[in-house]
Structure formats: C-alpha cells, structure tokens
Design a binder for this molecule. Structure first.
Ligand code: C2O
Ligand code: CU
Length: 540
C-alpha cells in the first residue's frame, strides 16, 4: 500500500475538433484527462487547483471510499463547489476494487470534458485472474459538443426543453475517420500478430448507451466496474454511461488495419453518429484503402442488449469471492420517470409550455444550498427531509403504451433515504413509459458496489420475479442499465457509513432530478463510523 500525491490544475484549454475550436475545461490541459494508476488498497491524495471559469468538483466513479464520503465529490451532496480560484484536496481510499474505473467532474455538465481513467492493478504479489496481456489500452468513449457545454445545459434548464445533442462521439478524444476534419488525429493502437491486448473501456458519454465492436475480431469481457466476471465471449459489447469494462482482444486476423467503432443504443432522441479508431497490425502488408468496418447492432436492438446483459456473472473464485445478501432487511421499489414540472418563468419550451423534469418515485430531486453531508454531519435543519418513499406513490401499469397524464407532475423536493448500518438492502428499479419516454436508465450508486441479481420486462412482480434472482454469482457493479420497459434488482449490505448519491447516469435525466441520496448511519464503533471531516471544506 502506498500513498501518493498528484497535483491537478483545472483550466480552460483550446481544442479543435470537427473543424471548429473552442475552449474546454481540462485537467492539466488534457482531453481526456490524465490516467491514475494505483494498486488495490492504495491511497491517493489529489490536490485540485481550480483556474477555470466554473465551479467544479471531482468524483472517483466506482471507488467505494470506505467511511470517507468527504472526498466523494458530487456537488451539493458531499461538498460545496470548488470555486474559480479555490483549491481542494481529495483523499481517495481504494479498498476492494480491482480493474478499470474512472474519475469525472460532478457539477453541472463539466464532466463532458473533465474525466479520465483510473486503473487499479492487483495488489503487489498478486496477478490478474487471466493470462497477462501484452499491452493495455484505455479506451475512453466521450461526447463532443461544438458549443459550450455549460451554456448548453444552462439554457436547456431555463427553457425547459431537451438539451442539444452532442455533435460527435470520441474515442480517446478523437471523433475518428468518418469526419474528414478530424481524420489526422484518429486514435490508433498498434498490435503484433498472435498477441493479446487488454482494452480498458470507459463510457464517459453524456446521454447515450453505446454498442462497441472491432471489425472481424472477437472480444472477451473479463471485468466490469472494477470487479472480475466470468469471461463473456462476444463480438460486441453494450456499455452504459458510467460503466467500465475490461476486454481482451487477440490479434489473430490477417495482418492489416481494422476499425473499432461505437454508436448509440437508444430509443428516443439521441446522437446517431459513429466514432471510430484503428487497430493496426505491425509488419509488412499492403494496407487497405479503408480498413474493415464492424457491423454494429442496430440503434434499437434491445435483444442485443438483453443477450449481452444475461451473460454477466461474477467470477466468484477463491481469490475473488462474492458475498450476496441472501435475506433483505430493507426493500425499496423505485420508479424512474421522465415528467414535466410547471415552468418557473412565464412559459417554457417543454411539452405544453411546461419544463421537462425527471424523478424517482415521482420525487424530482432538488440539490440543496448546503451539501447534504455537511447538513447531516452538523445536524443543520431545513436542507433535506428523510421521507423518500420506499415505493411509488401511485401504482399503475408503468410500462403500458398509454400512461395517464396524472403522473406527469412530480414533487420538486430534496428527500433522502436513511439506512441502518450493516442492514441488507434490495432495490428494484422500475422504468416507466410516462411521457412515452421508455428508455434504458443507467442507475449509479456512490460509495458501493452492488450485486445485480435480476432483470426483466414489464412491471416487476413481487411474487414471481424474485424466484428468478441470481443469488449465487451475480456481477458486482456500481452502475446498472435498467432495461427499457423493464426492471432491474440489486442487493448490497449497507456497510459503508456516509452520504451517497444515487442517480441516473444519463446527464440530462440527472439534471432534471432523477436522483436521490442514501444516508447510511454510523455503526456503534469508530471503525464502523464516518471519518472526521478534513481540515478544509469549501464554503457554499
Ligand atoms: Cu459517475 Cu454520480 O457519477
Ligand atoms: Cu435516466
């Protein structure tokens, strides 16, 4: 175990993509941002100096941060923003994670450009549960907007309408060969025939789930969200925003150049562009004028998603055992909806002059003016209430084609859920077709990995559906894609005391209020309680 210190400067940096230049917020001038390399069990201090023009915070996505919500990052949930000109130090505590994770800004939409990989190697003296790859490549999928991202979301929230879609997706910062303007920069990996490589794939995209594929090569998925899984042999993956996957690829085709490509899986409004990068074999051969192109699943191919998801199982080996709660103390049943709220100004550009909103159990989350963690720790009244409902306030046919308008208007509130220390928790997420906005929602929980024990279509049936749960070797993840017109069930033990954000990782849904907070109480000993706050906290 080692303790290292890293210094990061947040700054506006000029970047040109798709033939147009703009200033973007970066860490140390880099897009994507720097990669953090650690070993399992390490501790890291990251000193942030904000020289940019906006309030920022940074989140370490998938790092459980045992007892240390103070450094988790979401703005107005565990800290107040690092204002322009201000500093903050994060203490990142790695515990059981092993594999690929990532970090990203967690205030407004700054994560569009402020993000990067976290690579957690096995603890010293241990190795991967698969043969060591010849080389490793982080593959960061992201969204590129021609306009200013912060203005874009600001104006969308004011007008109440859908925010603009991105103009391209990128692989390691590059849109790829389908854009003449950006062709010279296309990302490339060099491979030797016969060798095996590890792709550490991160979906940092703002609003779309993605299919990813490499032409004429098979993929073996060996890890997800910083935990090992039983190998999935496939020729494509589906990866939601927030998820990470460790994927092996063997260079066993005729030496040449091949495209890797990614495009959206989405039912509604989405960016329908394709981003590419190149796999280039070493050696002497005549390069094709255009590399072979992969045929990706269709944008709406729900079967491709389901078939892939069904194969996810924890490795569950002697070195990497699972510990799935077999009984449940607290059950939550949570609907995910897109709704509308009355306009704050006179008229909005959303449906019927209202503004678009989103909710969990019909509660559209409002971030408080003092962060929830500070309010909880210092027992400040009036910033949140603890009555987040354990089930939907109305039951109806959630996934019907025609969902009544009655459920369009959610409550605009700051409601959190309090959990007993060490209790076992089950959450069933239920998507709804309110606003005819049926869609896959990648639900993410901070401070935890959870077991993804089951999913299905239609309305969750409390009698019959749990009998199909996988309580033997479910994958341990931090983000779950709740299927379009369906449900997903997760279980975990509430053994990490603190204040933990839970939200949809589609950025527009989170901005509209598809969020809540789980407060996990302290246990009876110091070791079972939150750490003391760091000496410096940013004032709100
Ligand atoms: Cu990847 Cu709350 O975030
Ligand atoms: Cu969502």
């Amino acid at each position: 175990q080692s303790l290292r210190t890293v210094n990061w400067v947040l700054e506006e940096t000029n970047y040109t993509r798709l033939c147009s230049s703009k200033k973007i917020l970066t860490v140390n001038g880099l897009f994507p941002g720097p990669t953090l390399h650690v070993h399992k069990g390490d501790r890291l201090i990251v000193n942030i100096q904000n020289q940019g023009a906006y309030n920022v915070t940074i989140h370490w996505h998938g790092v459980k941060q045992p007892r240390n919500p103070w450094s988790d990052g979401p703005e107005y949930i565990t800290q107040c923003p690092i204002k322009p000109g201000a500093n903050f130090s994060y203490e990142i505590i790695f515990s059981t994670e092993e594999g690929t994770l990532w970090w990203h800004a967690h205030s407004d939409w700054s994560r569009a450009t402020v993000h990067g990989p976290i690579i957690v190697y096995p603890a010293n003296g241990t190795t991967y549960p698969y043969s060591k790859p010849s080389e490793e490549f982080p593959i960061v999928l992201a969204s590129w907007f021609k306009g200013d991202v912060m203005e874009l979301i600001q104006s969308a929230l004011e007008s109440g309408a859908e925010p603009n879609q991105s103009d391209a997706f990128t692989i390691n910062g590059q849109p790829g060969d389908l854009y003449n303007c950006s062709k010279p920069g296309t990302f490339k990996i060099m491979v030797d025939y016969g060798k095996t490589y590890l792709l550490r794939i991160i979906n940092a995209i703002m609003n779309e789930e993605m299919f990813f594929k490499v032409a004429e090569h098979n993929l073996t998925v060996v890890g997800m969200d910083g935990a090992y899984i039983k190998p999935i042999y496939t020729d494509y993956i589906m990866i939601t925003p927030g998820q990470t996957m460790d994927v092996l690829i063997t260079a066993n085709q005729s030496p040449s150049e091949y495209y890797m490509a990614a495009r959206a899986y989405a039912g509604l409004q989405y960016d329908n562009t394709t981003t590419t990068a190149i796999v280039q074999y070493s050696g002497n051969y005549t390069a094709p004028s255009t590399p072979a192109f992969p045929i990706l699943p269709n944008y709406t191919d729900i079967d491709a998603v389901t078939n892939f998801t069904r194969q996810m199982k924890a490795l569950n080996s002697k070195e990497h055992p699972v510990d799935v709660p077999q009984t449940v103390d607290t059950k939550l049943y949570i609907t995910l909806s897109v709704n509308t709220l009355p306009c704050v100004n006179s008229s909005c550009d959303g449906p019927n002059g209202d503004r678009l909103a989103a909710s969990l159990n019909n509660m559209s989350f409002v971030t408080p003016e003092v962060d929830v963690l500070q309010a909880y720790y210092s027992q400040l009244k009036g910033f949140y209430t603890t009555d987040f409902p354990s089930q939907p306030p109305y039951f109806f046919n959630f996934t019907a084609d025609d969902v009544s308008d009655d459920y369009l208007t959610p409550n605009n509130v700051t409601k959190v859920k309090v959990l007993e220390f060490n209790s076992t928790v089950e959450i069933v997420f239920q998507t709804t077709n309110v606003m005819k906005a049926a869609e896959n929602h990648p639900m993410h929980l901070h401070g935890y990995s959870f077991y993804f024990v089951g999913f299905g279509f239609g309305n969750f049936n409390n009698e019959t559906d749990p009998t199909g749960y996988n309580l033997v070797d479910p994958p341990e993840v931090n983000t779950v894609g709740v299927p379009t017109n369906g449900w997903a069930a997760i279980r975990f033990r509430a053994d990490n005391p603190g204040v933990w954000f839970m939200h949809c990782h589609l950025e527009r849904h989170s901005s509209w209020g598809m969020d809540t907070v789980l407060i996990v109480k302290n246990g009876t000993t110091t070791e079972a309680s939150m750490q003391d706050p760091p000496p410096y906290l940013n004032p709100c």
